[in-house]
Design a protein around this ligand. Structure first.
Ligand code: FMN
Ligand code: ATP
Length: 317
């Protein structure tokens, strides 16, 4: 972990640091390669100008709940905090409440950027919008620079080929099961974090012990299916093959689990927190006619994974 001890703050009203800052703002779902450019700039300002670095992340969940549009996220709040730990001074998590959504853009600049964050530097992408009715934009931010004593830096949108990188683009890639594209756009492998729980322990009797992890309810997952990836257990990364889905052959509970077979692992994982990188789609999840059919297929899946990883020694660091 890098040097800075990041403070996580829930709600802008709880922010009370009186020092000058460099701040970047947005939803930051996924902290993709475009977002990372902005974070890098506030880090640089912090280093060269001696100000505090702030990522202010709008949490859209309250809005989605109000509109009865639940939706899923690329990144939980904990994952976002994890990614930024050691990198910035403050992660301010800002729930998009009704009151907040009604705030006029000019008031946001005065009350939040100037009076709360004491911003000396504001870093946003070209299409950043804010304030009631999304009336605030980079032109407005530019206009108020002198009055409120900050310098605005507008970052060109990072692209992949012809297309601008965005959280929506990554959601599309995930929905297609295109893990390699999602990884390219994010700049890191798509992952799920959770606690290892007890399964039916059938895997062990079938000859392939597995670990079961329930993904966070709000986390967006790729289509149900079998994926190659890696799992971090006790600080060590293991190559793995796993099923994202509901195991229709053995249960009709409909409960989503990420169930994985770790190559070369034989410890007791129950109750441990683990991180699972989902990196390559192999096949869709299937309801087999019986458990023996499924066992044959899973054994073939595992053989495929072992051959794949043996060929790509060290894949993918
Ligand atoms: C690589 C792999 C692929 C799997 N594919 C499927 C599948 O296509 N359909 C299915 O119903 N279950 C699938 N499973 C889940 C099995 O049903 C499960 O491993 C077995 O029932 C043991 O479950 P337990 O951990 O609850 O004992 C797969 C598991 C693994 C590790
Ligand atoms: N590709 C990019 N390159 C540089 N900056 C970006 C890029 N995408 C977003 N930003 C900037 O990062 C901040 C946060 O963006 P935000 O997460 O709100 O949008 P997004 O990634 O485009 O997601 P969505 O698809 O949900 O709109 C904003 O200032 C935005 O302009």
């Amino acid at each position: 972990m890098e040097g800075i001890d990041m403070q996580y703050i829930r709600g802008i009203e709880s922010y009370s640091c009186g020092e000058r800052s460099a701040v970047t703002l947005g939803k930051f779902d996924g902290l993709h390669r475009g977002h990372q450019k902005l974070v890098e700039r506030v880090r640089e300002y912090a280093k060269t100008e001696g100000v505090r670095s702030i990522v202010c992340a709008f949490d859209m969940l309250p809005l989605r709940e109000r509109m009865h549009m639940p939706g899923k996220v690329l990144m939980t709040k904990e994952e976002r905090a994890d990614h930024l730990e050691g990198k910035v001074d403050f992660l301010v998590d800002c729930p998009f409440t009704e009151k907040f959504s009604e705030m006029e853009a000019e008031d946001f600049i005065r009350d939040i950027l100037a009076d709360t964050f004491h911003a000396s530097y504001v870093v946003v992408g070209t299409d950043f919008h804010f304030g009631h009715g999304k009336k605030g934009d980079v032109r407005m931010l530019e206009k108020y620079q002198e009055e409120y004593g900050y310098h605005l830096e507008v970052i060109e949108k990072e692209r992949y080929g012809e297309r601008v990188i965005s959280s929506s683009y990554i959601r599309e890639a995930l929905k297609e099961g295109d893990m390699s594209l999602a990884e390219t756009l994010l700049g890191y492998p798509y992952s799920v974090t959770g606690i290892v729980e007890h399964g039916k322990q059938l895997g062990r009797t079938l000859g392939f012990p597995t670990i079961n992890v329930a993904p966070p309810q709000e986390k967006l997952l790729p289509p149900n299916g079998v994926y190659l990836g890696q799992i971090c257990m006790d600080g060590i990364w293991y190559n793995a093959i796993g099923n994202v889905g509901v195991k229709p052959t053995v249960t009709d509970s409909g409960r989503m689990l990420v169930e994985s077979y770790l190559i070369g692992y034989s410890g007791d994982a129950y109750g441990k927190e683990t991180k699972i990188r989902i990196r390559h789609f192999c096949r869709p999840e299937k309801k087999f006619a019986d458990v023996q059919d499924m066992k044959n297929q899973v054994n073939a899946d595992i053989a495929h994974a072992e051959a794949f990883f043996a060929e790509k020694a060290g894949y993918p660091e």
